[in-house]
Design a protein. Structure first.
Ligand SMILES: NC(=O)c1ccc[n+]([C@@H]2O[C@H](COP(=O)([O-])OP(=O)(O)OC[C@H]3O[C@@H](n4cnc5c(N)ncnc54)[C@H](OP(=O)(O)O)[C@@H]3O)[C@@H](O)[C@H]2O)c1
Length: 328
């Protein structure tokens, strides 16, 4: 039985990873800033908790001591991307703290959760692990710096390490896509642009499978993997599928891209110097703008990864979960 540290284990991805690991009889330690949890994902198993901030090297060392494996998912993902210091210290310095502690405590394998966003705006479709990096916002830039630190560390220490770049996640516990589901249900979802942008969804249980296939797997050491769903579709098609499952009409409201982008830029220019989170920012608009279409072939070939859920099933399960929480 291995002991696995999941950093960010109370977050969306981290809680699903922790819950699945606990069910496979691994001992799971969750590193989190907040004491207590009412997460329904974590409800049915027992966990050890280690409290602290990823930027606090001592807290990180305490969390790492005595574990065999680390899955590092902490990031400032949910923040819009206006606070440079927070993005850098959390995504980059936090990752460096994990790496140093892992080396000191002879951890057997680290899985670093990066993001598909390090590839940024994708020109080549489908993009794969070798597609050039092209981050387009602060979050993606700092995630890329963190990933580069991971590779430098790997070159220097040869400590077993794997990088996973998940594609856009959805599923039970996610609040980000909830807005999309809600607005479609209410008939209020407005598509910026023509909706023909490509979107590549990744159902949470499939992504968890990808992480677990890597854990302790020598074939994954020193490798980066894109993990996500089987395929991609246009935003119009995605909205159509969600609407179908919700038994409502698909969105019909469209606004042109250029003025919305200008407004987002203006919001950032006004809010960021004042330290206010912009109500609209370019990263949100990029959802309607940047093609996201990726190949998961490397994970299939090396890990035997195979998504288990069709997009329709994933959407149905997500809707059921939102409804069970009374959120939809
Ligand atoms: N969701 C996606 O679509 C997606 C796609 C690609 C990659 N990813 C990557 O997947 C990982 C997990 O994302 P997620 O969607 O699960 O995000 P999430 O729900 O926001 O989880 C992130 C976790 O990080 C923790 N955290 C943030 N700052 C921290 C700090 N200073 N010290 C300690 N903990 C801190 C948060 O803890 P609190 O609860 O205390 O705030 C939260 O539990 C991230 O690395 C993200 O970059 C996500």
């Amino acid at each position: 039985m291995a002991k696995v540290l999941v950093t960010g284990g109370k977050g969306f991805l981290g809680s699903h990873l922790a819950a699945k690991l606990a069910k496979t009889e691994d001992q799971v330690r969750i590193f989190s800033r907040q004491k207590g949890t009412n997460s329904s994902i974590l409800r049915d198993s027992n966990y050890e908790f280690s409290w602290g901030d990823i930027r606090d090297s001592r807290a990180v060392e305490n969390a790492v001591e005595g574990v065999d494996y680390i899955i590092h998912t902490v990031s400032n993902f949910r923040k819009g991307g206006s606070d440079k210091d927070d993005a850098y210290s959390t995504n980059v310095e936090g990752t460096e703290n994990i790496l140093r502690a892992a080396e000191k405590h002879n951890v057997q394998h680290i899985i670093h959760c990066s993001t598909i966003g390090v590839h940024g705006t994708v020109l080549e479709i489908p993009a794969n692990e070798d597609t050039p990096f092209n981050p387009t916002d602060l979050y993606q830039e700092t995630k890329l710096i963190a990933e580069k630190k991971v590779w430098e560390f790997y070159q220097k220490t040869k400590l077993p390490i794997t990088v996973i770049r998940p594609i856009s996640l959805f599923g039970a516990g996610d609040m980000r896509m909830l807005k999309l589901f809600r607005l479609i249900k209410q008939g209020k979802f407005i598509i910026v642009g023509d909706g023909e942008v490509l979107f590549h969804p990744a159902y949470i249980d499939d992504v968890v499978q990808g992480f677990l296939l890597c854990l302790g797997n020598e074939r994954a050491f020193g490798e980066a993997f894109i993990i996500g769903g089987e395929g991609y579709l246009t935003l119009n098609e995605l909205c159509g599928l969600i609407a179908e499952e919700l038994k409502v009409r698909p969105p019909k409201l469209y606004v042109p891209m250029v003025p919305v982008l200008a407004l987002a830029t203006l919001c950032e220019k006004i809010c960021v110097p004042l330290g206010i989170e912009p109500p609209l920012h370019r990263r949100r608009v990029s959802f309607f703008q940047n093609n996201r279409a990726f190949s998961i072939d490397k994970a299939k070939q090396i890990l035997g990864y195979q998504p288990q859920f069709s997009l329709e099933e994933g959407i149905q399960k997500t809707i059921q979960w939102y409804q069970a929480q009374g959120w939809l």
